[in-house]
Design a binder for this molecule. Structure first.
Ligand SMILES: *[C@@H]1O[C@H](CO)[C@@H](O)[C@H](O)[C@H]1NC(C)=O
Ligand SMILES: *[C@@H]1O[C@H](CO)[C@@H](O)[C@H](O)[C@H]1NC(C)=O
Length: 396
């Protein structure tokens, strides 16, 4: 189990069983918070060459892997850092007592020290919450209501009393010690953005920067407008409710446009998930190979052949063509080379940050490709919007 497969596991969750109750939350009008970027290091990001997604070079080419959000839970407030994940539902953290916790750098939340922690009762005993991921990793615990406090960038506190969270006592398969859990941000009823309620329910935007401070905005602050904004419809599928599906019409490699129409990848109601918790972009193998071949036609450098990723020996990223993602409704994202290609830590090697095929042939638009776009999700208008933005400079 590696970081890469953990990130994929966030997306490929297959079973969530939690008992759901209604909740009351305060109504934030809009606020912004800073994110923490977890950088890979050789011990935490190694991808072994025998994993289904793996590349023997992934341990060196992984650069920026995931984004963590700071939350305070309980009374008195206890800080946790958790992975921002638009590909899952529940907000959960590891809790004492641990029957089987994964290693985390920060202290583990102790519910017995919080005066507002209240375990949910189902027929006299605590409500179980089990999340099992496709690769066999899991987290098991109980549901509770607890006060969640978010410190906004402007210094205000947003307090969400009686928020439903997962308190996990038994997890396995997670190898990201800088995070204490996951902040689920999908459409589901238990996600943070859904439980916020308020004036702008289900309204969130973020701006990821591989180099500077990244931000997430809720409510009124999530609004994006002005020059360069493009929007595309988001879909909820019955097979995977809660995920934000988009329609990818085509990918252009330089001037070569490769349509999804006519391939099994084509769909009218969503063929790719936009996910903040997955690093790379994944495309189904046969379609992806068409994209790859188009890149190979352009690049004149030594191909490194013993990798599952498309890698070249080079001192510069300039060898690669510009890639444009064409989402339905005319939302064309002209991607920076940084979005689509990654450099090895030691230098001298560049790889395409698009992986062809995974075990389920799922398509995922990952967080690397979303860098330096302000990305907003609006569940009332059913639109995901993108605005090219220098995310590191935006609020500094
Ligand atoms: C890298 O990993 C080691 C041990 O796994 C950890 O102690 C260290 O803090 C990590 N460094 C960073 C920058 O995350
Ligand atoms: C943790 O959960 C797993 C999977 O259900 C189970 O096999 C194991 O016994 C549990 N561990 C403990 C210590 O309860």
């Amino acid at each position: 189990m590696s970081l890469a497969t953990t990130m994929i596991a966030l997306f490929l969750q297959i079973l969530i069983t939690c008992f759901i109750f209604t909740t009351e939350a305060s109504s934030p009008h809009g606020f912004t918070i800073d994110l923490i970027q977890r950088r890979s290091n050789s011990s935490s990001s190694r991808v072994s060459s025998d994993t289904q997604l793996g590349s023997p070079y992934a341990n060196t080419v992984f650069d920026d892997t995931t984004y963590l959000m700071r939350l305070h839970i309980g009374t008195p407030p206890f800080e946790i850092r958790a992975v921002l994940d638009t590909g899952s539902n529940l907000v959960w953290t590891q809790c004492l007592p641990c029957t089987n916790c994964y290693d985390q750098y920060a202290p583990i939340f102790d519910p017995s020290k919080s005066s507002t922690f209240k375990e949910k009762r189902c027929h006299g005993h605590s409500c179980p919450c089990d999340i099992v991921y496709a690769d066999g990793s899991y987290t098991k615990g109980t549901l509770a209501t607890e006060t969640v406090t978010i410190h906004s960038t402007s210094g205000e506190l947003f307090v969400m009393p009686k928020t439903i969270i997962g308190c996990s006592h038994n997890s396995s398969g997670f190898k990201s010690p800088s995070s204490s859990g996951i902040v689920g941000l999908n459409w589901g009823s238990l996600s943070l953005v859904t439980q916020m309620g308020g004036e702008y329910p289900g309204f969130v935007s973020y701006c990821f920067s591989g180099k500077g401070t990244s931000k997430i905005n809720f409510g009124g602050n999530a609004n994006i407008a002005g020059d360069g904004v493009v929007s595309t419809t988001m879909f909820m599928t019955t097979a995977k409710p809660g995920f934000y599906y988009l329609n990818l019409d085509a990918v252009s490699v330089g001037d070569t446009r490769i349509e999804t129409l006519g391939t099994p990848f084509h769909a009218l109601e969503g063929n790719i998930v936009i996910d903040s918790g997955t690093t790379y972009t994944f495309l189904p193998e046969s379609y992806c190979n068409l994209v790859r071949e188009a890149v190979e036609k352009v690049v004149k450098a030594d191909r490194v052949v013993d990798t599952s990723m498309l890698c070249y020996n080079s001192d510069t990223i300039e060898i690669f063509p510009v890639i444009t993602m064409h989402f339905s409704g005319g939302a064309d994202l002209v991607l920076e080379k940084y979005n689509m290609y990654v450099e090895s830590e030691g230098g001298g090697l560049f790889c395409m940050a698009v992986i062809c095929g995974n075990s389920k042939q799922e398509a995922i638009f990952g967080n690397r490709a979303q860098n330096n776009f302000l990305v907003s999700y609006d569940s009332s208008s059913l639109l995901v919007s993108f605005k090219p933005t220098d995310c590191s400079a935006l609020w500094s």
